[in-house]
Design a protein around this ligand. Structure first.
Ligand SMILES: *Cc1c(COP(=O)(O)O)cnc(C)c1O
Length: 420
C-alpha cells in the first residue's frame, strides 16, 4: 500500500529504508507484521509506563466505550472526569486544586500558559504576560509551546515565528553556586514585573537529550517564583507517575507548584488525555462576576470519557503494583548494570534519574548513531537516540532479567558500532 502518512519526527531517509509496521503490543514488546517482537525501550515516546495491553486498563477502556464514548465538559460534566479530577488533586502536596483536562501534552501546556496570562489579567496586572522557559526545554510542538520550549535541533525554522522574551539558562553548577541557580535568579529579579510564569521540565530536559539538573535548583526556582509573584508551572508530562523514582519529579524537591501539567503516562499511554492541575487561589480568579473572567478555552476532546476511564485504571494499577517504589528499586539496579558502559572510550558521560539511563557518546560518534540504532533494532530493541545520546526509558513494568539483557545488548552494540 502506498504510504500517505506525513510522519512526525521522521527523516525522509528513514522512510526510504522502510518502516517497521507495528501491528500489536504485548507487555514490553511491540510486534511487527512479520511476527517479530521488539522491546519498546523508550516506552512509545515515554508514555506506555505499563507496557502494552495491561488487562486492567484495556478492560476499563472497553467498559467505558460501551457506556459513554464522548460528552463535553463545557457546561456539562460526567462521572469519569469528576472522579479523575478528584484523584489527581489528591496526588498533589496540597489538594485544593481544580483540574483542566485537555487531549495531549502540548494542549495542556497551552492551557497552563494561557491560565497564567489570564490569571494576571484577572488580578488587574495585565503587564505580567511574559512566559519564561529554560533554554533547550521542551513542552510540545505547538507554537505557544515553542515560545517556552525550543530545541534548536528540531525547531530552527520557527525561531522567528514564536515569541520568547527571556530564557533561564540551563543550570551550570559551580563552586560558589552548587545548583547553578544564580543566573536564573538574576533574570527573575530583572524581569519579574513582566513575567506571568516560569515553566520547566522538572529535573530532566527530555527532548534536549535527557539533560539533568538538581532538585536543589528546582527548590530554589520555586522559592524565587513565590518571592517575585511569578507562577511556577511544572511540566510532568514525561516525568510523572514514577519515571524518576518518585510519583512526580517535583516531589524530589519538596515543592508545591502552582500548576502541574500531566500527559503521556497519565493514561498509561493508552489514550490521548492530559491535564493541568491548578491551585485554587488561581482558579478562583476565573469567576464571572462582577467582571467576566471565564476561561474561554477548551479542546473538543478535553476530558474524553474513555481517556478518563483509562487514566483512572492506570492510577489504580500504579497503586496496586507499587509502580513508583518498584521503579525506584529497579532504577538502582539499572544504574549498577550500566556503569561499565561509562568505561568505554567512545562514551562521554552517563546520566541517571530513576528509570532513565543515559549514555552520551562523544561527538565523533554522531555519524554512526543511525547505525547504532539499526544494529539495536536488528537485535529486537527499539531505541530512539537523540543526537549523540542513547538512553533507556523502558516501561516501568520491565522485568529485571529483561532490563539486564537490554543493558548488555546496548553495551555490546556500542562496542561493535563505535569500537571500544
Ligand atoms: C511529550 C512532551 C510534551 C508534549 O506532549 P504531546 O502529548 O506530545 O503533545 C510536553 N512536555 C514534555 C515535557 C514532553 O515530554
Amino acid at each position: 500500500m502506498r504510504n500517505r502518512i506525513f510522519h512526525p519526527y521522521t527523516p525522509f531517509s528513514a522512510i526510504g529504508q522502510g518502516l517497521l509496521n507495528i501491528v500489536g503490543g504485548e507487555g514490553i514488546y511491540l510486534v511487527d507484521d512479520q511476527g517479530r517482537r521488539y522491546v519498546d525501550i523508550v516506552s512509545s515516546w515515554w508514555a506506555c509506563a505499563l507496557g502494552h495491553g495491561h488487562p486492567k486498563v484495556v478492560e476499563a477502556i472497553r467498559r467505558q466505550a460501551a457506556e459513554l464514548q464522548h460528552s463535553i465538559l463545557g457546561s456539562l460534566t460526567h462521572p469519569r472526569a469528576l472522579e479523575l479530577a478528584g484523584r489527581l488533586a489528591d496526588l498533589m502536596p496540597t489538594p485544593d486544586r481544580h483540574v483542566l483536562f485537555a487531549s495531549d501534552g502540548c494542549s495542556a501546556v497551552e492551557a497552563a500558559l494561557k491560565i497564567a496570562i489570564q490569571y494576571w489579567h484577572n488580578m488587574g496586572r495585565p503587564e505580567k504576560f511574559w512566559l519564561v522557559g529554560m533554554d533547550q526545554g521542551y513542552h510540545g510542538d505547538s507554537l505557544g509551546a515553542l515560545g517556552v520550549g525550543f530545541v534548536d535541533g528540531f525547531h530552527k525554522p520557527f525561531g522567528r515565528a514564536v515569541h520568547h522574551p527571556a530564557k533561564l539558562p540551563f543550570p551550570r553548577p559551580s563552586a560558589g553556586d552548587p545548583d547553578g541557580f544564580l543566573p536564573a535568579r538574576a533574570i527573575m529579579e530583572q524581569h519579574a514585573d513582566k513575567m506571568a510564569a516560569v515553566i520547566v521540565e522538572p529535573l530532566c530536559l527530555g527532548s534536549a537529550g535527557m539533560r539533568m539538573y538538581s532538585a536543589g535548583y528546582l527548590g530554589k526556582l520555586a522559592a524565587c517564583c513565590a518571592a517575585h509573584d511569578v507562577l511556577l508551572i511544572v511540566d510532568e508530562v514525561a516525568m510523572g507517575f514514577g519515571r524518576t523514582g518518585r510519583r512526580f519529579a517535583f516531589n524530589h524537591a519538596g515543592i508545591d507548584p502552582d500548576m502541574v501539567v500531566l500527559g503521556k503516562a497519565l493514561t498509561a499511554g493508552y489514550m490521548p488525555l492530559s491535564a493541568c492541575i491548578v491551585k485554587d487561589p488561581i482558579y478562583g480568579t476565573f469567576c464571572d462576576a462582577p467582571e467576566d473572567h471565564t476561561f474561554y478555552h477548551g479542546n473538543t476532546f478535553a476530558g474524553h470519557p474513555i481517556g478518563c476511564a483509562a487514566a483512572l485504571a492506570a492510577l489504580d494499577v500504579y497503586e496496586a503494583e507499587s509502580t513508583v517504589a518498584r521503579s525506584a528499586a529497579l532504577a538502582e539496579r539499572m544504574r549498577q548494570w550500566m556503569l561499565p558502559i561509562g568505561e568505554l572510550g567512545c562514551v562521554r558521560e552517563l546520566r541517571f534519574l530513576g528509570m532513565i539511563g543515559v549514555v552520551e557518546l562523544k561527538e565523533e560518534a554522531r555519524p554512526r548513531m543511525p547505525v547504532l540504532r539499526s544494529v539495536l533494532m536488528q537485535q529486537g530493541y527499539l531505541f530512539r537516540p537523540l543526537g549523540t545520546v542513547v538512553y533507556l526509558m523502558p516501561p516501568l513494568v520491565i522485568g529485571e532479567e529483561e532490563l539486564r539483557t537490554a543493558v548488555e545488548v546496548l553495551q555490546r552494540s556500542i562496542e561493535t558500532v563505535m569500537g571500544s
